[in-house]
Design a protein around this ligand. Structure first.
Ligand SMILES: [Zn+2]
Length: 177
């Protein structure tokens, strides 16, 4: 039987933006996996400022300022470009993550005026493979738990054995079981 453990949602307020995290844990292929879904919404400029300052982390090596899907090309005129489940991965630890950026319009009242405000909802779901989960010396656990850039014991992710998307695929297969 495959069990999933879901933790209580955690809210962090940075400036006026609420960053919500929902974590789950599973044992898959006899290894410990974690997944976190993070959401934040606000106006394009509010989010651009918060993201570019790298205030939100995905793992010890990647923060939101490093997520390619949240940085439109120089040809784009908007602050964000809509995307759905754009997949990327950390090249230090066994973390894959998908990004969805959706533009929404909400109605607000300003005195007697009804205004429409454009907002963005950004969702980043990460998937982490931590090895057996039985030893802090396990290299997979160690890679996620430490900031690999400063840690000489951490080896970079083996991208041939664990190419981008493979951690997520195992989690998604576990969801079907
Ligand atoms: Zn990482």
């Amino acid at each position: 039987m495959i069990a999933v453990v879901t933790f209580r949602a955690k809210n962090t307020f940075i400036a006026s933006l609420r960053w919500t995290e929902n974590w789950s844990a599973r044992i898959l292929e006899d290894k410990l996996f974690l997944s976190a879904t993070r959401t934040v919404n606000g106006t394009g400029q509010e989010l651009r400022d918060a993201i570019d300052k790298g205030r939100y982390s995905i793992c010890g090596h990647v923060d939101m300022a490093m997520v390619s899907a949240l940085h439109p090309s120089t040809l784009s005129t908007g602050l964000f470009v809509p995307c759905r489940d754009a997949i990327e991965s950390c090249n230090r630890c066994l973390t894959d993550y998908t990004t969805t950026a959706e533009q929404r319009f909400i109605n607000i009242k300003d005195g007697k005026l009804n205004l429409t405000r454009a907002c963005w909802l950004i969702t980043v779901t990460s998937y982490h493979r931590l090895g057996s989960g039985r030893s802090p010396l396990d290299v997979k656990w160690h890679a996620l738990a430490t900031r690999g850039i400063r840690d000489l014991r951490t080896t970079p992710r083996d991208m041939i054995r664990y190419p981008q998307g493979t951690v997520r695929e195992v989690w998604k297969e576990g969801e079907k079981a």
